[in-house]
Design a protein around this ligand. Structure first.
Ligand SMILES: [Fe+2]
Length: 178
């Protein structure tokens, strides 16, 4: 007997059981690649740098967001405590310490421990990159001395402050937390 289709109706056959107890809710967000989402979803991080959160994993210590940069030059120098996965959606960027470029449509992996300085070149009007960031990133000076830290909880706090006051609301924010 086929396990792919319902023997009576011929329709594709879904899993028939219960989902595991305690499983987190799934999450689907439309229009992540598009440029025309509600501007209020972009959380300002500094002048000309903002992020659109997609998922805050407080239980596993990571976050997924789209970073949008509308200026050029050096953005930050940081060290990663966990792995980072990135897909560049628009524009291009690189790290001063490496000879590769992250370009539109490309994937890059940043290993834990890597210390690097993010730069967006002069000919890029806007850069957007989807980052999956585990653990913390630690801002450092050129000698590696820690200057600050960012993790899922600091990102969540920034987004809370922004969405609580701009009409997006905390119910939307809560829907992104797992
Ligand atoms: Fe990085």
């Amino acid at each position: 007997m086929s396990t792919r289709t319902d023997p009576l109706t011929g329709e594709p056959l879904a899993y028939q059981g219960e989902q595991p107890f305690g499983k987190a809710d799934d999450l689907v967000i439309a229009g992540v690649l598009g440029a025309d989402c509600d501007e209020r979803l972009w959380v300002p991080q500094s002048d000309d740098v903002s992020f659109r959160p997609l998922l805050f994993s407080v239980s596993h210590g990571y976050f997924v967001n789209v970073l949008r940069v509308r200026k050029t030059g050096i953005l930050s120098r940081h060290r990663h405590a966990g792995p980072v996965h990135a897909v560049t959606l628009k524009g291009r960027w690189h790290y001063l310490e490496h000879d590769w470029w992250a370009e539109e449509g490309g994937y890059s992996f940043e290993p834990p421990g890597d210390i690097h300085t993010l730069e967006v070149p002069d000919d890029v009007e806007e850069m957007r990159t989807l980052f999956h960031v585990s653990g913390a990133y630690i801002y450092v000076d050129p000698n590696g001395v820690p200057q600050g830290v960012e993790d899922v909880f600091t990102k969540l706090e920034n987004a809370r402050r922004h969405y609580a006051s701009n009409g997006i609301g905390l119910d939307y924010l809560d829907s992104l937390v797992r």
